[in-house]
Every structure is written in structure tokens, then in C-alpha cells.
Write a protein that binds this ligand. Sequence first.
Ligand SMILES: Cc1cc2nc3c(=O)[nH]c(=O)nc-3n(C[C@H](O)[C@H](O)[C@H](O)COP(=O)(O)OP(=O)(O)OC[C@H]3O[C@@H](n4cnc5c(N)ncnc54)[C@H](O)[C@@H]3O)c2cc1C
Length: 289
Amino acid sequence: MIATEFEYLAPSSLDEAISLLTQHGDDAKVLAGGHSLIPIMKLRLAQPKFLIDIGQLPGLSEIREDNAAIAVGGLVTHHALETSELLKSKLPLLPETAAHVADVQVRNRGTIGGSLVHADPAADLPATALALGAELRVVGPKGQRTIKADDFFVGLLTTAIAPNEILTEVRFSLLPAKTGAAYVKVPNKASHYAIVGVAAVVTLGKNGHCEQARIGLTGVTHKPQHAVAAESSLAGKPLDDPAIAQAAGLAADGIKALSDIHASAEFRLHLTQVMTGRALKLAVSRAQR
Ligand SMILES: Cc1cc2nc3c(=O)[nH]c(=O)nc-3n(C[C@H](O)[C@H](O)[C@H](O)COP(=O)(O)OP(=O)(O)OC[C@H]3O[C@@H](n4cnc5c(N)ncnc54)[C@H](O)[C@@H]3O)c2cc1C
């Protein structure tokens, strides 16, 4: 199928983009890398009359260090995340996660903003955004606001951003000393989307016990979410094999898993436990280095 007819608009400033979005309301859609939007337009699941291409907007493609945080522009591609020397040295979980996205063609076009706003339940970056406690800066007609990743993903392909807002920047606080992080996934063999993906970030306290654990899950259910029971089971514990095994066993607690042609709900729940165990082991070994 081909997409229904639309008008292509390419604003040259953020203000112009927001006023076009506001003017055209539900008839308009932001276009970034196009690697999620165009496929759903071809399936006619989305039929916008106006495509507002933000690809040429200035200032949204940078990765920079800013006030004990790394600020990643909304238009930064998966490839740029994967290859950034700054991220490799300061926040390697982001390049590690980006390297799991699809193939090189998709990584060259797809953006962090598009991935987070599209909120595909099997996308990789949302799990890592949760585990890193990211903050998302969005700009709309009333100015700028910040949404925590924990509050951003509200349902299937649905987020807290308004239709006339643009995600301009994602901020990740630098991690404290003795923190390790890892992203692991079982991919769909065709698309590489996660059947189950797990991002884990653990911080060791002075006595080597767990000071904080954050675990983001993707692929398991209709939206990315924390493995809440697993996170709290680790608090204050020595991060040894029994504690990790116990946390992994709790990873799918309270989650109603998806069931589809790729994996049954039962298999997804099993993978959630196995992959949480793997992510935690890797994160702990990195924190202990
Ligand atoms: C074959 C294939 C395989 C893929 N495999 C994976 C995979 O393994 N893992 C994975 O995580 N992803 C995968 N993807 C998705 C890919 O990462 C997408 O590029 C990404 O999810 C969307 O980014 P985009 O820049 O292309 O967004 P677009 O397609 O341009 O936009 C997606 C949505 O976000 C909105 N939007 C985009 N940017 C902004 C912004 N800055 N502010 C507000 N709204 C915005 C758009 O209006 C649209 O609703 C795959 C895609 C394809 C085609």
C-alpha cells in the first residue's frame, strides 16, 4: 500500500514548526527520520494531511555535556549515539543500546526523539531511558517543559507529549562512581525489535551493597516499564548471585505480557526473568571494576 496524499512542510525554525503543528492540529504529524512514521502511513494506520519535517531544524542534533548531565538533541540518530566518543566515555549504556537498534540503514536515519515519542512497545531506547532516569525536554506553544521518562510512556504508542509539542532534548544525569550498566535483548530475527530487552543500572554503596538499582524493560508488554519488584528486592543487599537470582525471579511480577506470533506471553515472562538476570550480572561486574 502507499500512503494517502499529504502536504510536505519543512519549517526552518522550531517556532515555525510549532506554529504549523498548532495550526494544523490533528491533521499534522512531525516527521524526523521517518522510519516508524512512514511505515505506519503506508499501512494507513496514520493518515496525516500535513507532514512537518523537523529534520533541518538547527540545534537538535548535538550531544554535549552540560551541568553533570549529557544532553542529547531530539534529532540525534541511533548511529550518532552508537559512535559518540563522549557517550562511550561518560554514558556507555547509550551507545550499547543504540547498537542493538535494527540495522545500519535504520540507525542512520532513526532518531532518539522519534524512538521515544513513537513509543513502540518493543523499541530499545525507551528501556534505557527508564533505567537511566532520563528527562525529556519538550517545546510547544506555551514554551518548554520537562517530563521524566518515568512519566512519559503512558500506553501503547502513546506518550505524555502533546501533538503540538516537539521533543528537543533528552537529558541523562552522569552516573555516580561505582555504577555499572548493561542492555541485553532477545531480538526478533527479522526486524531486530526486542522480543524482550532489559536495561539495568546498579550503584554500589561504600560496603559494596546495592545503593540503587534501576531496571527498564521493553518488549514484554504494551509499554516500556520498570521491573519494580526486582528493583526493590536489591536495595541494600550484597549484589551476589543469590540476590541477582531472586531479583531476576521477580522481574516479571505484576506484568501482563503480550502474546503474538513472535512469542507467547509465557515465553516473554520467562525471557524477562532470564534477561534481567543477565543484565544485572553484567551491570554488577561493570560496577565492581
Ligand atoms: C526495519 C526496521 C527495523 C527497526 N528495528 C528497530 C529495533 O530493533 N529497535 C528499535 O528501537 N527501533 C527499531 N526501529 C525503529 C527505528 O528505531 C525508528 O527510526 C524510530 O523508532 C523512530 O525514529 P524516527 O526518527 O525514524 O521517527 P519518525 O518515524 O520520523 O517519527 C516517529 C513518531 O515520532 C514523532 N516524532 C519524531 N520525532 C519527534 C520529535 N522530536 N518530537 C515530537 N515528535 C516526534 C513522529 O511524529 C511520529 O509520530 C526499526 C525500524 C525499521 C523501519
